[in-house]
Design a protein around this ligand. Structure first.
Ligand code: ZN
Length: 235
């Protein structure tokens, strides 16, 4: 991937998701302003706090702005015209789409949320509240800090080991003093355990820390405190 250049002013998309006419999605970069490229779709965000609660929107919404104060790290909706926005600068944005029941979801997964099993929980809630069948779901995993760069503490290894049978597959102990975590792989495992088909899980596979020209990275530039936006919406 190292030599691929991207357009300077374009949302990054996952082709398999972009093919679906029912939805609009995008993964933002540091080069584009965090505004939805469709004036019929309104952006909403929440106060992300590294937990695993899900905001469920199952009715038309007048005031989306109020939700920016509410503490959630994931959102699901069956309402068209609402872009579920996730802000990240190393954590992973994960977008979900059910073409059968016409439901979308978005979640924010750093190591804490991943440790709480957020991806698996959101898939479960799409089933509980909207009747989504995991076997039909599509998932897009966006840019985040990669296994190349994401050094974590031993406490993270301990947390994952106590919860996940696949924990040893998502840590690398080579090449650095501290363990490195593969967040994208951990979330892929959670989606598979939730019942998604492997061929319906798509990875952008771009590291926010390595790709300074494309992304903000909290680890690389702590003083910047800037984030890129990712979103998914039903049209
Ligand atoms: Zn990297």
């Amino acid at each position: 991937m190292a030599n691929i250049e991207f357009p300077t002013e374009a949302w990054l998309e996952i082709p398999e998701l972009a093919d679906h006419k029912l939805i609009l999605h995008g993964f933002g970069t540091r080069r584009i302003p965090p505004r939805i490229p469709n004036n019929k779709i309104r952006l909403m965000t929440v106060k992300q706090v590294h937990k695993s609660r899900t905001l469920i929107l199952d009715a038309p919404q007048e005031n989306l702005g109020k939700y920016s104060r509410f503490r959630f790290d994931s959102m699901i909706t069956n309402q068209p015209g609402i872009a579920l926005g996730i802000r990240t600068a190393d954590c992973l944005p994960v977008l979900l789409f059910d073409p059968e029941t016409k439901v979308v979801g978005a979640l924010h997964a750093g190591w804490r949320g991943t440790g709480e099993g957020i991806a698996q929980k959101v898939v479960g809630r799409m089933g509980k509240f909207f009747g989504s069948r995991p076997v039909k779901l599509r998932a897009g995993i966006g840019p985040g800090i990669g296994h190349c760069c994401y050094e974590v503490g031993e406490d993270v290894v301990t947390t994952f080991r106590s919860k996940f049978s696949w924990w040893a597959d998502v840590f690398s102990f080579r090449g650095s003093k501290r363990p490195k975590l593969d967040l994208a792989r951990a979330n892929t495992y959670q989606l598979l355990e939730a019942g998604l088909k492997e061929e319906n899980i798509y990875l952008l596979d771009l590291c926010t820390y390595c790709r300074e020209n494309l992304f903000f990275s909290f680890r690389r530039n702590k003083e910047e405190k800037q984030e890129q936006l990712s979103f998914i919406a039903l049209k």
